[in-house]
Every structure is written in C-alpha cells, then in structure tokens.
Design a protein around this ligand. Structure first.
Ligand SMILES: [Zn+2]
Length: 322
C-alpha cells in the first residue's frame, strides 16, 4: 500500500462548453488508473450566458463535486473557450456564452481559496489526452492534439508543458486558408481548413443526420445508398482538410504523436481509417510525405472520459506544483 501521506491531493477540473459545464475530481496517485488518473467523481450542469452566471455556475458545480470528495483538494483547473490571459486567468470573448470579459480565475480562487488555473479548452483537452493515451509515451516527447469540434484547433505539448507561443496562437490551425472550396469562415477569411475539416463543417455539409460523420462514412461505403456519390464527395472534402491539418502539424511541430479529439473523434475507428487511407494515398504519391510516417503517429483521444476537465485539472497541478 502506498503511504497516503505522500499521495498528491485530489484535483478539481472544470470544462466550460457552449451548452454545458462539466466537472471532475481526479486522483493522480501512482497506479490510480488510466495514465495514473482516477476519476473520483464527476458532474455537469447547463451553461448560461453572462459573466456573473458563469462564475456562479462554475462555483455551484465545484460545490457539488466537493460534496462527494472528503479529502482536501490541491488545485482547481478550468478549461474554457475564449482568449485566456495566462497571467491573470481572465477570459475574453466567450462568444457562445455572450461574455466579453470574465475574471474567472480570480473569482473562483476568491470563493474556494485554492490555486486556480484557467486554460484554453483545446489546450486543456490536449493536456488531458496526452496523459491518458500514454502507451509508453515518454513525457519528454512532443505531442499534438487536433481538436475536431465545432471548429478546428490544435494544442501542442513539449516536454510535458503546453506550448503557448508568444501570443497564445499556437495551434490555430483551423484558420489556415488553403481549403479549395473557398467557403467563408467566421473569422472573415475564405477557405479556412475548419470550413471543411470540423464537426461544424460536417453538420453544414451533411444536414441529413446528427451526428453527421458516421452517416457520411456509412453512405460513402454503400454503393446502393441514395446519397452515395454525395457522401463520397463530402467524406473526401472533410478528410482532405483534416489530412491537410495533419500535414501542417507534422512539418511545423513534428510531434511524436498526434491525437485526434473533439466531438467528431467520437466517430472512432471508421474516421481514423478514412484519415489514414488519405494519408497513405498522399504518401504513395510523395516520398517526402511517405518519410513522415504519419499514419503510425495518429491516435484517437479516449472516448469515454471527460478529457477536457481531466486535462484542466492536470494542467493546474503542473502549473502550481500541487
Ligand atoms: Zn477562419
């Protein structure tokens, strides 16, 4: 038995989404579980618009979580959309919750008295996924996480730490404007990769099923399906944009491992197979791409764990040394 006095304290992780806020308390004692992470309790509640509501909702969720955990917790980590100030923990421009500015870290720290670290939601999920998929992966490896959610963005981890670059723009790969259809992007450009290679794009391009991606892949694989040809075109458009994003990550970040996550990754193996087939096709045509050996670097994020909330908690601990 491990000496409990030497065990790290439990950690609280919160993942703010556009419609719901998810929370966990995790134990990171050695041999606690997957990647040495054990979820002690989890809960969620609907997200409401406005800064005051967000602070109240996060605090209420933490109260709910703490009611189920007798031990003292060591830190609070929060992953959120919007632009996070890494120094103050303030967040700007959470569009889905109509928030221009919220002093999130300060307000939650004031209520609970625990070190509180706020991080961009994709970065938090990247940190969680990297820990949870560890399959002998050394912590000094470079890991990229490609989030295929409403939009497309990546998080990058080097030597066990998130890479924020000089202005928190590392990984905004969805806004590289090279998609040949030249669709208009919410960012104001045309042809951004996320206008084709994201869950939001798949919903727009295939309004016949929700979630769209499993239906697209099934129809594309079935000659007799009434929308077969359209499904093949749609699949190829989406997968090409994702493969472009993976190529960009490979040549700019050169990660040992690229983890695909976000809502679209819930499609699972059929999506991974389609992406790998496209990468192999490119490798067949190019010795340069072949040498990158991208299909072997791909992983899927764990499907059944709240990766964003777990990553927010782990990142908080890494940031404050809890
Ligand atoms: Zn864009």
């Amino acid at each position: 038995m491990a000496d409990s006095t030497n065990s790290p304290p439990p950690l609280i992780g919160i993942d703010v989404g556009g419609t719901k806020i998810a929370g966990v308390v995790i134990d990171t004692s050695a041999h606690a579980g997957d990647g040495d992470v054990c979820v002690l309790t989890q809960a969620d509640r609907p997200a409401r618009p406005g800064a005051a509501a967000l602070i109240d909702d996060v605090a209420a969720l933490i109260d709910t979580l703490l009611a189920h955990v007798p031990a003292d917790c060591g830190a609070i980590g929060i992953g959120t959309p919007g632009t996070v100030d890494g120094t103050t923990g303030d967040v700007r421009d959470i569009a889905n919750l109509s928030i221009d500015h919220v002093p999130l870290a300060g307000a939650i720290h004031a209520r609970f008295g625990l070190p509180t670290v706020v991080e961009n939601d994709v970065n938090a999920a990247a940190f969680g996924a990297a820990r949870l998929i560890e399959d002998g992966t050394a912590s000094d490896e470079t890991i990229a996480f490609l989030n295929l959610g409403t939009g497309m963005a990546a998080g990058v981890i080097r030597d066990g730490r998130l890479d924020h670059g000089s202005s928190n723009t590392v990984g905004e790969i969805g806004h590289i404007p090279v998609e040949p259809h030249r669709w208009r992007c919410a960012c104001g450009q045309r042809g951004c990769l996320e206008t084709a290679g994201s869950g939001g794009a798949a919903k727009r391009l295939w309004p016949y099923a929700d979630p769209p991606m499993p239906d697209i892949l099934a129809a594309a694989a079935d000659d007799a399906h009434p929308r077969h040809r359209h499904a093949v075109e749609t699949r190829d458009t989406i997968v090409a944009a994702i493969a472009n994003a993976l190529d960009v990550l490979a040549v700019t970040v050169d990660p040992n491992v690229i983890i695909i996550g976000g809502g679209m990754a819930q499609t699972g193996a059929p999506l991974l197979d389609a992406i790998r087939a496209e990468l192999r096709r490119r490798a067949h045509d190019s010795g340069f791409i072949h040498a990158l050996n991208l299909p072997a670097r791909l992983r899927l994020a764990p499907k059944d764990l709240p990766v964003g909330a777990i990553g927010a908690a782990l990142n908080a601990a890494a940031s404050v040394g809890a």
